[in-house]
Design a binder for this molecule. Sequence first.
Ligand SMILES: Cc1ncc(COP(=O)(O)O)c(C=O)c1O
Length: 392
Amino acid sequence: MKLSRRVTETAPYLFHLIDEKRKAAQERGIDVISLAIGDPDMPTPDFVIDLMNEEMRDPRNHQYPSYKGESDFCELVAHWFKKRFGVNLDAQNEIMATIGSKDAVSHLPFVFIDPGDTALVTDPGYPAYEAAIGFAGGTPIRIPLLEERGFLPDLSSIPEDIADNAKFIFINYPNNPTAAVAEESFFEDLVAYAKKHDLVILADNAYSEVYFEPEDRPISIMQIPGAKDLSIEIHSFSKTFNMTGWRIGFVVSSKALIHSFLTLKSNFDSGVFMAIQRAAARALGHPNAPLFNEQRTQLFKKRRDIIAAALNDLGFRFGLPRASYYFWVRIPEMYSSSVVFCADLLEKQGLVVTPGVGYGPSGEAFFRISMTSPNEKIEKGMERLKNFMKGL
Ligand SMILES: Cc1ncc(COP(=O)(O)O)c(C=O)c1O
């Protein structure tokens, strides 16, 4: 079969591989608990389902959607953006609906990359960034995220010529997998840096609504003066309203950049089911949304406490997550490979966590635990981790 190098030379997606390992272990009779994947265990809230039921009954929603997103979707998103971040957006020109944020993450590189180009990615980082740059014919250049810098990139460590030649930089705060958050000053420095080196910033803000304390409430890069002309911010409904399966997100940027993305995307897909767009956008301003968000925060705080207590008892090194769903934890010192540690944990205790190296070489000394499982399952998982550590 004459497959493309794009397919034959790209490693299968990290979570696909983890899923295969989990299935294989189950087939060998191991009782498996997975704390690996960042997919909320809680259902989409009823108020969003009710909105969807209404929209489904409206025959206007059954036809092809517009490529850019319905104008009422964009208006409602603009309204939310103003309320949430204090940023004014031109709804019809500066917002575009996407099929989840992964659609944006995986297709935006095609707007900038020609074969042979380079782009900067943080390491560790969401695996789709590097894959998409590669698919577009480019080469990702990794910028390490180090614990001692709060998992923020050290921009001054990037050689000038590398920055000058790169087309864009992918950043993601709140961060998957490190759970780091970035302050306004980081975004200010980044915007100044991008201006100096003529870089576009692709800012993945998929976890903007998943945080624990009011002082850690994530900001938008669009709050920084001058950011809009050189950045595209990527948003998702997946984490905001437990809507991972619905596939809806949006990007915000300047009219020119949105137009460029539209040129590409209108040739790739035909938009998002209008009922989903309308239900999602109406959910943003729904009176039940703040309560839902608060309940989710309380639930995740409880889970965070269960995991943090267990990890502390066992002497693991980790930072308490300030946002996102994840714990980013150092593997025990006797291990030098996160894959070997995770494989042993699965084999001996039937516990699945994610090896840090799956997010890039700088993740080799870490593993990721996701909080998106019911409390009892998390408790059971921590019990298994304890048993595993006892047996070392
Ligand atoms: C950092 C980050 N960006 C984007 C996504 C994709 O999310 P979705 O396509 O569901 O919006 C994820 C999913 O886990 C993620 O962790």
